[in-house]
Design a protein around this ligand. Structure first.
Ligand code: 9YT
Length: 128
């Protein structure tokens, strides 16, 4: 059994900050669960290009509002209670509207190690 609190994880190297978002990786590859689990804050009034070519991701919105635009496809609203599932490694633009950040719970398969950063194409590398 493993038990962690968001507060403890925030006060550790599990909290990673980037230009448009920050993410607290509460569960990582070295926990051997087959997935990773993150609490991610998408800053208000931002647009992020993301393309997880090596990972599947599901994202549940807990607060805030925005939208996800699939490149070459539809745009879907995101609000509290919305789960989006990138089952086709969908390349997308993630936008948080200007009034408030979006608080998201994210699951990655395969799990990330915690060291990855988005490259210039919005991709996380697959770490051996
Ligand atoms: C929703 C999303 O993919 N945001 C980017 C950060 C990611 N969730 C992470 O690395 O924790």
């Amino acid at each position: 059994m493993i038990v962690r609190t968001l507060k403890d994880c925030q006060n550790s190297e599990r909290r990673v900050v980037s230009e448009n978002w920050e993410s607290v990786r509460m569960l990582l590859r070295d926990d051997n669960m087959g997935f990773s689990f993150h609490i991610t804050t998408i800053y208000a009034d931002t647009e992020t290009h993301i393309h997880y070519q090596n990972h599947l991701e599901s994202v549940y919105c807990m607060s805030g509002e925005g939208e996800i635009e699939v490149v070459g496809g539809e745009t879907y609203p995101i609000k509290p209670g919305t789960l989006y599932i990138l089952d086709k490694h969908d390349e997308h633009y993630l936008r948080a509207y200007k009034d408030a950040p979006m608080e998201m719970a994210c699951v990655f398969n395969p799990p990330i190690t915690g060291a990855e950063v988005h490259d210039e194409n919005g991709v996380y590398p697959l770490v051996d």
